[in-house]
Design a protein around this ligand. Sequence first.
Ligand SMILES: *[C@@H]1O[C@H](CO)[C@@H](O)[C@H](O)[C@H]1NC(C)=O
Ligand SMILES: *[C@@H]1O[C@H](CO)[C@@H](O)[C@H](O)[C@H]1NC(C)=O
Ligand SMILES: *[C@@H]1O[C@H](CO)[C@@H](O)[C@H](O)[C@H]1NC(C)=O
Ligand SMILES: [Zn+2]
Length: 435
Amino acid sequence: MKSAWARLVALGAAVDACLLPWELEGQAVPENLKRQVGTVPTPIGEGNRWENGDIPRGLGTQPRNSSIDTIMSTTEIRSAVEALIKEFELELIETPEETHDGQIMFGAKVGQAGCNGSYRTLLTAGIHARERGGPDNLVYFIADLLWARREGTGVAYGGRSFTPEEVDKALQAGIIFMPMLNPDGIAHDQAEGDCWRKNRNPDGPVDLNRNFDILWDYKTKFIEGVGISVASDNPTHETYHGVEPFSEPESRNVKWIMEEYPTISWTLDIHSFAGLVLYSWGDDYNQASDPDMNPFNPAYDGKRGLAVDQPGQEYRAYMPLDVWRNDSFVALRVADAMNSAVDGRHVEATQSVSLYPSSGSLADWMSAQHVLNEDNGVTHGFTIEFGRQAGGRCPFYSDVGAFNDNIRQMGAGLMELLVAAADTGLGDLSCDAVP
Ligand SMILES: *[C@@H]1O[C@H](CO)[C@@H](O)[C@H](O)[C@H]1NC(C)=O
Ligand SMILES: *[C@@H]1O[C@H](CO)[C@@H](O)[C@H](O)[C@H]1NC(C)=O
Ligand SMILES: *[C@@H]1O[C@H](CO)[C@@H](O)[C@H](O)[C@H]1NC(C)=O
Ligand SMILES: [Zn+2]
């Protein structure tokens, strides 16, 4: 039996997000898509553009006609962050575990910490290797914030401007950013150009965005026959979820970040290319009237993931009314900011399950922090799917024009997210308060 969502996918209702239609069916790439047609993918930087003392600067603090011609190689992503750290005296973060290919994952801290060095926002990209441009969007956005603060200016992304006061407000969110959650996968994708999504676990590459410990055991948690989008235990599938939750060093490193910085309450993970701003939950439509009917209650195992419930299979995911209202409103603000920046991909705000249900995702795990750990405050986990489909073999590789549109759209979206988080509440920052 197929769920309503599985049937929707088969009808082509959700064919342009992180998964391609044939991947949702567990099939190989169709023959007619095995060559590049139409767009020419943005070249990858050769050498190291930041090694001679140049400092990354985004499109939000440069003249409107500026453009960036190449995406950053993995070497350049690291050296860009190092250049920002040096120039703006930031603090580097390296996570404890090496990846399968021996890489160290990294990020940095930006903006004002609250009491005892607490950071409230985590911005991440690059968990799906082939979603090119995500790391660039994040690094250039952070660069803009830093340049704008130093020069006392605002930032402008295409048609959307933000004032110097909004720049300050955004920096008050106390940001940790990690541009490359899947460095092995990105290095592989950049070297081979083979539209690589997962990590590089030699025992079977894992979709890191299905490896977090929320609803991981999809065969128990979801209704029977739910589609491959949810997760798969077949290592050849693009949504293979690993042998257990947090089986992968990359996802364990993200967990480490949340343990080191338990005050993080707003998180955004960057993906492409559906044109969506997504809020939790991802297992079923939300409801706010029955707290017991929730993603964690085993009484509802086997019922999750059916769009239109049938008698005896009623389940919708509990979301407290104020969190639901706040998160859907923040998502709407972010989508509107993106749409007012560039006349490119139209972006909509919606609950993540309406794209397709998923298990073990980073964003849902983030939204669950206060349930999984009672000491944590309410957490708000978001996903953005930027950009539009490029022609050819790997629809995730945009051309230079779209790459630049995406940098501007994401700049506006990230800026609005931080301002909206500050408007909604970043927790009490005073050292007198109980955290
Ligand atoms: C952008 O416009 C300015 C003047 O409006 C011009 O001097 C400059 O060469 C332009 N740059 C590009 C990259 O087109
Ligand atoms: C929701 O937003 C309001 C401000 O609009 C804020 O007072 C409240 O604390 C927020 N609640 C949550 C759980 O984010
Ligand atoms: C800040 O750190 C001090 C000393 O470690 C501790 O006593 C206090 O509870 C902390 N305050 C908050 C709000 O975390
Ligand atoms: Zn993705």
